[in-house]
Design a protein around this ligand. Structure first.
Ligand code: C2E
Ligand code: CA
Ligand code: CA
Length: 532
């Protein structure tokens, strides 16, 4: 029953109540008239004697008074009871109404999943802070976004995704002071209003502490997820003196945190807006670059660690800009993925890479494996994957010496489809390498289910050999695990002899890195191969 209907019933009950007095008077009137009309007739039936009849008139008067007393008592008592019952009902209805209104209010201002304040409530609270606190103390607005939340949702379903969001909201509540407000703005976006901010430094310290405490492993349904979050913040009034600006600026700062590699806290700076402009310029520049064939490839050779023989090469894209010179992939790959320009770019790269493979074969280096990086977008897209297959069928090369490098996130965005696509590639003889191994958050779990042949151990692990005991132990364990599962391990980013010796001692098969050589042009890479 809706609120409007309840109010209608309520009104009708009041109307009935005002008619009660009239009903009593009418009932009394009817009784009086019947008494006058009938009482004499009834007495006449029983009495012939006129004197006795006259005497009885006095008793009849008494009887009338007595009977009307009973009648009034009955009618008034009846009416009182009904009023009492009605009042009870009225109180009950009022309570229900209040509850109902409370519920509506809750729905309008709180998120139903996490029970946190929602965007509307958050804006209200921020407004109150500005109205009541103007000029007295600073406060900050922080915008939080969970990195790679989509993968949890996509791989384990919305049910687990929801559990995760509840877990995060509780964890956030544990991290803030009572006077702060934590809200869920929608999806995997949360926001915090932090009161009494003393300085930018203390705010950053506080937010970094929140980030660190939230970034722990979350165990659910036999899966382990390593949570990271990106946070953007803006301080009132320095970085926004109204709600709209504060929201916009903390959002921009969060976006910058994502672009700078995620798992970061950023405080808004004016220069961020310039970044956005640069971003747009870069997209236009990329478009021109694609039209003018400004992209080329470099090859970084890969070595068998025990013998020092070149056994493969990784193809790495380079943008040779006519005015700016060489631009490295870290500056444009993420953008190309965001805009979809990666599709054309990868088609150009794969054509160049397979041409290099043909050259290798023409010179008799058939056994040198050639690795190509493929973005998640290409793997998952129906159209782009079929374009990739078309390019493959247009080159007559030995595909058993082609390696496709994919990252864990590429696979996790749609595990089932990714496995299906990787198997199609494998049916052509192609080998699959899992790139940047160790940087994702549930690596080991997926290893068994993925049709991969090679693990590329991320250079952050190799970097810390031998100083970081934990990472060094991880490298050792990954090698043992890889041996058990029949994977080949390639260590990326080897820069020192010390690292190489360590890897040799623990039987790592293949290495790649500046220690052996920088990525080179296709020609220079071939000349080195010809020399040995
Ligand atoms: P990645 O696939 O992990 O490639 C290895 C990166 O490490 C390369 O950077 C390489 O130059 C660099 N590197 C190699 N040895 C060392 C070393 O000893 N020390 C250090 N510090 N770095 C080393 P690059 O060429 O700048 O590529 C960066 C990333 O861009 C690649 O990381 C890959 O994710 C992406 N990328 C490069 N080419 C392509 C491509 O053709 N397609 C796609 N989708 N992504 C590409
Ligand atoms: Ca790679
Ligand atoms: Ca890598």
């Amino acid at each position: 029953m809706n609120l409007k209907n309840k109010k209608l019933i309520f009104k009708n009950k009041k109307l009935n109540n005002s008619n009660e007095a009239l009903i009593i008077v009418v009932k009394y009137g009817v009784f009086g008239v019947l008494w006058i009309m009938l009482s004499d007739n009834i007495i006449e039936i029983f009495l012939d004697n006129l004197d006795a009849y006259k005497n009885l008139q006095t008793y009849k008067g008494w009887a009338f008074v007595f009977l009307t007393m009973i009648l009034f008592y009955y009618l008034i008592n009846n009416r009182d009871n009904r009023i009492l019952n009605f009042s009870k009902n009225e109180i009950k209805t009022n309570e229900e109404l209040n509850l109902y209104e409370e519920k509506l209010k809750h729905m309008a201002f709180y998120d139903s999943l996490t029970n946190l304040p929602n965007r509307a409530m958050f804006i209200n609270e921020a407004k109150n802070l500005i109205d009541n606190n103007l000029g007295k103390s600073k406060f900050a607005m922080a915008y939080l976004d969970i990195d790679n939340f989509k993968y949890i949702n996509d791989t384990l379903g919305h049910h687990v995704g929801n559990e995760f969001l509840i877990h995060i909201s509780n964890a956030l509540l544990d991290e803030v002071n009572d006077s702060d407000v934590v809200a869920r703005l929608g999806g995997d976006e949360f926001a915090i209003l932090l009161n009494n901010v003393d300085s930018e430094e203390s705010l950053m310290q506080n937010l970094n502490k929140i980030k660190e405490n939230i970034s722990v492993t979350w165990d659910s349904h036999d899966h382990q997820f390593f949570i990271t979050i990106s946070i953007g913040a803006a301080i009132f009034p320095d970085q926004g003196s109204d709600i709209t600006t504060l929201l916009k600026n903390s959002d921009i700062a969060m976006y910058v945190a994502k672009n700078e590699g995620k798992n970061k806290v950023m405080l808004y700076k004016e220069s961020f807006e310039e970044n956005t402009r640069n971003h747009i310029n870069m997209v236009n520049k990329l478009q021109k670059g694609l039209e003018n064939n400004e992209f080329t490839i470099n090859c970084q050779n890969q070595y068998e660690i025990s013998t020092g023989k070149i056994v493969g090469m990784e193809i790495l894209v380079r943008w040779v800009h006519p005015l700016e010179g060489i631009i490295y992939p870290e500056e444009f790959i993420y953008l190309a993925e965001e805009t979809g320009q990666i599709y054309i770019l990868e088609q150009q790269i794969i054509n160049l890479a397979l041409a290099q493979k043909m050259k290798l074969e023409e010179e008799g280096f058939n056994n040198i494996k050639l690795s190509i990086n493929i973005s998640s977008k290409t793997l998952i897209s129906d159209l782009q994957f079929s374009n990739l297959e078309k390019i493959f069928s247009s080159f007559d090369v030995d595909y058993s010496n082609i390696v496709i490098e994919i990252t864990e996130t590429a696979v996790l965005s749609n595990l089932e489809l990714a496995v299906e696509r990787l198997n199609i590639l494998k049916s052509k003889g192609v080998k699959i390498a899992l790139d940047d191994f160790g940087t994702g958050y549930s690596s080991i779990t997926y290893l068994k289910n993925l049709p991969i042949d090679i693990i590329k151990l991320d250079r952050s692990y190799i970097n810390s050999i031998p100083n970081d005991a934990v990472n060094t132990a991880i490298v050792k364990n990954v090698l043992n695990l890889a041996k058990d599962l029949n994977f080949i391990v390639i260590a990326e980013g080897i820069e020192t002899n010390e690292q190489l010796n360590y890897l040799r001692n623990i039987n790592c098969q293949i290495g790649q890195g500046y220690y052996f050589g920088m990525p080179l042009s296709t020609e220079d890479s071939l000349s080195i191969i010809r020399m040995i």
